[in-house]
Design a protein around this ligand. Structure first.
Ligand SMILES: Cc1cc2nc3c(=O)[nH]c(=O)nc-3n(C[C@H](O)[C@H](O)[C@H](O)COP(=O)(O)O)c2cc1C
Length: 187
């Protein structure tokens, strides 16, 4: 099996990280891989906000928890309100991926491609990653939007995902089973 396919198949979502920081140069390479993702009509409709260190990430979890508490309809209320919830699973670096809906109706798909490129690049470098979904659910809540603006998330950009990055702690997650009979061929 070639190395790319091996990397694709062996990547797992990592939810437990060592506290030691990953080098900034490695994050730059991971981001570079993300920015080379395809996008609909090459619109590259994304913006990335890199946040490093627990001292900068913990306030994001805290602000998200406060925002979700103000949102009775938020689908993640039970999860985010839980005592153990964090936006990073302890990872020392996160990348918040946002995109503007007016640039292309395919913005969510494009941002997904970017995040997967980053996850695969990270895995190929021995760095774990996990897509964390909850920030988007609160990103238009006025108080949280103000907080996000303070981080540099551009006005009008919706958060499509957050990519946690760090060295995996403990056993590497086992591969979940693949569903069967999801493909039909016409030839
Ligand atoms: C769009 C998307 C959103 C996700 N959101 C979360 C999340 O909020 N929290 C989390 O722990 N994992 C999240 N994941 C990771 C999935 O749970 C994970 O990919 C799936 O269980 C398969 O495991 P694997 O990535 O190890 O193959 C998300 C994945 C995707 C593609």
């Amino acid at each position: 099996m070639n190395e790319v396919i091996k990397t694709i198949k062996s990547r797992r979502s990592v939810r437990k990280y060592q506290s030691r920081q990953i080098p900034r140069a490695d994050v730059e390479q991971i981001i570079e891989a993300g920015l080379w993702a395809p996008s609909a009509r090459n619109t590259q409709p994304w913006h990335l906000t890199v946040v490093r260190g627990q001292e900068n990430i913990a306030p994001i979890t805290a602000a998200l928890k406060e925002a979700v508490a103000r949102m009775p309809e938020n689908p993640y209320r039970a999860l985010v309100g839980g005592a153990g919830y964090t936006v990073n699973f302890g990872a020392p670096t996160i990348v918040i991926v946002s995109g503007h809906p007016d640039i292309t109706p395919m913005v969510q798909a494009d941002c997904g491609q970017l995040i997967q490129n980053m996850a695969l690049a990270a895995h190929s470098m021995g760095i774990g990653s996990c897509w964390v979904n909850q920030l988007g659910s609160a990103c238009n809540e006025p108080g949280f939007r103000k907080f996000l603006s303070g981080l540099g998330v551009p006005e009008g950009y919706f958060i499509h995902g957050t990519c946690a990055l760090g060295y995996p702690e403990g056993d590497y997650p086992k591969a979940p089973l693949r569903k069967e009979n999801l493909v039909n061929w016409v030839e």
